[in-house]
Design a protein. Structure first.
Ligand code: AMP
Length: 122
């Protein structure tokens, strides 16, 4: 049987996290080690190890995760400027093998439209 992932343990409330949003398909938490003023993780309840492991039947779930990223960005007031990052595999820097989307933003970005959001380590 597959090992329970860190994020499944957060979803099951076995490990504490700052939960920003949740629905029947996914959860959004604040990253414990933020690489930007706004750094949220959109995590499906289904423990797909990495993006490339998603199947045909996961297409609508993947679309939903993208929509939720936009929704929580709107709620955080950063809808005009944010980055969405998915690390797929060890070589790409993935450390938690439960698919997740990083939503990264400068919380001031909406009020500084001429400035771009700087690169992070993600
Ligand atoms: P990745 O390197 O793409 O797999 O991203 C994993 C992310 O999970 C990193 O940005 C970590 O800081 C974050 N992370 C690890 N443990 C926790 C935790 N307990 N709560 C919130 N975020 C976490």
């Amino acid at each position: 049987m597959a090992e329970t992932t860190l994020f499944t343990r957060i979803i099951n409330r076995e490990i504490p996290a700052e939960i920003i949003y949740e629905d029947d398909l996914c959860i959004v938490i604040n990253d414990i080690s933020p690489q930007a003023p706004v750094h949220m993780l959109v995590i499906p309840r289904k423990p797909i190890a990495k993006l490339a492991d998603a199947g045909e039947d996961d297409k609508s779930l993947l679309g939903h995760l993208m929509w939720v990223a936009g929704e929580v960005a709107r709620q955080a007031g950063v809808a005009e400027s944010f980055r969405l990052v998915v690390n797929n595999g060890l070589g790409a820097g993935q450390t938690v093998f439960h698919l997740h989307l990083h939503v990264l933003a400068d919380s001031q970005a909406d009020s500084k439209s001429s400035e771009t959001f700087s690169e992070s380590n993600i």
